[in-house]
Design a protein around this ligand. Structure first.
Ligand code: DGJ
Length: 747
């Protein structure tokens, strides 16, 4: 039995019990084992389908220290690569799941029952996920296993996309018996790779230096990254890892990406065992997770998106970019050109009134900016970060005409208006806290800690979600708002809910996320034309979960051009340029106090969703003229930047680390823009050229500003001499923090 599309196919061979999932360039093969569990056979470059892959199965007991099945001395799960393993029979590696039963047992036995293969991809209940727009875009395998003793069903979902080399996986548990079960681990994916000749790449950092690229060689034992911060996937580790071969580079070689569509506590782990098998598991962090499953209750894990590429890290990233840009992000803004915005945060912080915002808007209009975003400080008595979160009504002292009055005035100037919210939080100094002190996440009798003077609303409670929804809805239905910045600025501590019974306290972090997702779903459904940008102290929640609701994310609070090179480079491992908010800010920079030119600040911000964030009313005429040109340039190339193929050329994390370069090429290869950045001046630097990528070797390109033309093959093999890039070039490249952006097009 098989279902096929143009490139993707799923085969099932009844005789051998084998499943073969084929993407455009990969094969993923597993089988029903003789104990009726699932054994993994192969994941890698596409191979021919055949009647039997039994010769790929390996089980040669190599030591007498393994434990075997009583009825079959040759069978031990320790020696078998598996699909969704359990612990406690004959496998000693960390499992994909664990269930505690009423008698205290943690032993399970899920056996294959049935499966179905069909075109399309079902939605995940209450959770964000990738999707199809018609059923010819993907094929899904739903495979059902059953544990007869505890009468519990486990369904594994696999979807193969036709257009992308991507496979998605998730799992669902349904308790069909009478026992009360506790799910203490429920990962989204498990894959046992044949060997461990890999390096693990992850995106780690901190606030203001998010998603730096880290690479380490796999070693025997467990290597992992995770979040335990509750409200966020975190700036410390992004919910993504890749396994690359040691010889894999940005442009060549094999790599497997694992990305979790989730915004909270996660775990991504690779366990290399004593036979050199690498077990990759990814899902909700089992630490502090305990989900009660009563009769007829179910638990659905988030989705993991697995990408295969033999075209290096760039190849992997391009698959994620296309998939996430077109089949994870949703709504009318998914495909629309995004407005160039001015954000008031670094311009005014809390210190503004209507007149100040209107002055900013007036200058914005003169410059060609399209959207004015009023950041924090517009509501309740909010004049610093100590008060008013939860009181989502305008501060009439600052804004006598309210939000609607201000928004209308800004609209009358021919500009759109956007507004900041931090809906998940509450200040103790607020009316909301006076009314509902029990709505905070807290543990009775324990001291509460705060983050930035604020506390977290208990989003596991429906009444809290409804209240916040109605507050936001009041503002949105009253004022012409085109954009929302959805911020979140603290992590969970003293994790407890006054709305949940004792046996469900271990569910709070995940229930919080489900509440957040439901609120976002409700708001984005009622207001589809509002552009949402998510934010968590900058890029603390830059993950696929949030991208499902908000097609763009504030990449980092660090707006320094040099720091942004690293942040944006790392972010581009997974996330498309269309998702990265990037603003030109003032100097000295507010985070690192570095002074860079207006040109360099824009040259970095062009490679994202462009905007400004400083007091533009204080600009000189000369600076205004530069900004007008920047805006013209960005608008001219915006479609290419938002939808083109992105190539990383020189990394800030390897090599000299002093030069960074990247480029974006249109889908038809007729246009491209490249950015080259040199951080510190070098004495007598030698000859420099930049080798480009992604062009058509046979097309003849013109580089704007240069007299001659170049064939794509020349530019991608010899490259372009930096000295050649015009008379200005040498001048532009004098000193520190310099950059050059150049556009190419065919004749
Ligand atoms: C944190 C965000 O990352 C900033 O951009 C800004 O919106 C502040 N919060 C406002 O409090």
């Amino acid at each position: 039995m098989s279902v096929r599309l143009n490139h993707a196919a799923i085969f099932f061979n009844e005789k051998t019990g084998e499943f073969h999932l084929q993407g455009r360039n990969f094969s993923y093969i597993f089988k029903i084992l003789k104990n009726n569990q699932l054994g993994h056979l192969y994941f890698g470059k596409k191979i021919h389908h055949r009647d039997s892959f039994s010769h790929l199965f390996t089980i040669s007991p190599r030591s007498n220290t393994t434990c075997q099945y009583e009825e079959d001395e040759s069978f031990s799960l320790e020696l078998i690569k598996q699909e969704y393993p359990s612990f406690g029979t004959t496998d000693f590696r960390e499992p994909a799941f664990q269930i505690i039963q009423e008698n205290g047992s943690r032993i399970t036995n899920f056996e294959y029952i049935k499966h179905k293969i069909f075109k399309g991809k079902p939605k995940l209940d209450g959770l964000p996920s990738t999707y199809t727009e018609n059923e010819d875009e993907a094929i899904t395998l739903e495979l059902v296993l059953y544990d007869h003793l505890i009468e519990t069903e486990l369904t594994l979902f696999y979807t193969v996309f036709d257009r992308f080399d991507a496979l998605t996986r998730s799992a669902k548990f349904v308790n069909k018996g009478n026992q009360r079960l506790s799910l203490t681990r429920a990962m989204s994916v498990n894959i046992d790779f044949f060997d461990s000749n890999f390096e693990m790449l992850h995106l780690s950092g901190a606030w203001a230096r998010e998603r730096h690229v880290k690479i380490r060689k796999l070693e025997q034992g467990i290597q992992s990254i995770s979040s335990t911060r509750g409200t966020a996937s975190s700036p410390h580790h992004n919910p993504f890892i890749a396994l690359k071969r040691p010889e894999t580079t940005e442009h060549q070689g094999e790599v497997f990406g694992f990305s979790l569509v989730y915004s909270g506590n996660f775990l991504a782990q690779v366990e290399v065992d004593h036979y050199g098998v690498s077990r990759v598991t990814m899902g909700i962090n089992p630490f502090d997770f305990n989900w009660l499953l009563k009769k007829n209750e179910s638990f659905q894990t988030p989705e993991a998106v697995i990408v295969y590429s033999d075209q290096g890290l760039n190849g992997m990233s391009q698959i994620y970019h296309e998939l996430y840009r077109t089949r994870l992000a949703r709504g009318p803004w998914r495909d629309k050109i995004r407005p160039i915005l001015i954000n008031t945060w670094e311009a005014t912080y809390f210190d503004f009134d209507e007149e100040k915002i209107l002055n900013i808007a007036k200058t914005a209009k003169e410059l060609g900016i399209e959207l004015v975003v009023l950041d924090d400080g517009w509501f309740g008595n909010r004049n610093d970060d100590k008060t008013s979160l939860g009181d989502w009504f305008p501060n009439k002292k600052k804004l006598p005409n309210g939000i609607s009055g201000l928004a209308k005035k800004i609209n009358d100037m021919g500009l759109k208006f956007g507004l900041w919210f931090e809906p998940e939080m509450i200040s103790k100094a607020s009316n909301l806290y006076k009314k509902h002190p029990d709505w905070l996440i807290q543990v009775p009798g324990r001291r509460l800690s705060h983050g930035r003077n604020q506390y977290i609303l208990d989003f596991s409670r429906k009444e809290v979600i409804e209240y916040i929804y109605s507050m936001i809805d009041n503002i949105l239905s009253d004022a012409p708002i085109s954009y929302i910045k959805w911020d979140m600025n603290r992590y969970m501590t003293e994790i407890g809910s006054l709305g949940l019974p004792p046996e469900r306290q271990g569910e709070l972090s995940h229930r919080y996320l489900l509440g957040l997702y439901s609120l976002l779903e409700k708001l984005t459904s009622k207001y589809p034309d509002i552009l949402f940008e998510s934010c968590a102290s900058g890029g603390g929640r830059f993950d696929p979960g949030m991208l499902y609701y908000a097609p763009q994310t504030w990449t980092s609070d660090n707006t320094d051009a040099v720091e942004r090179l690293k942040v944006q480079y790392g972010t581009s491992m997974v996330y498309p340029l269309s998702s990265m908010g990037a603003h030109v800010s003032g100097v000295p920079n507010h985070q690192v106090h570095r002074i860079t030119s207006l040109n360099t600040r824009a040259a970095v911000a062009y490679f994202g969703i462009f905007g400004y964030e400083f007091d533009i009313t204080k600009l000189s005429e000369r600076e205004k003229n530069i900004i007008r040109k920047q805006i013209d340039f960005y608008k001219k190339h915006q479609e290419l930047i938002q939808t083109g193929k992105f190539y990383r050329l020189l990394s800030p994390f390897t090599g000299t680390k002093n030069e960074v370069a990247w480029m974006v090429v249109s889908r038809d290869q007729k246009e491209a823009i490249a950015g080259y950045y040199r951080i510190l001046a070098e004495p007598l630097p030698g000859f420099k050229k930049l080798v480009l990528k992604g062009l058509n070797p046979d097309f003849e390109y013109k580089i704007e500003g240069l007299p001659q033309t170049y064939f794509g093959d020349e530019l991608m093999n010899f490259g372009i001499l930096l000295d050649e890039l015009g008379g200005n070039w040498k001048k532009e490249l004098t000193g520190d923090f310099v950059s050059l952006v150049f556009a190419l097009h065919t004749l």
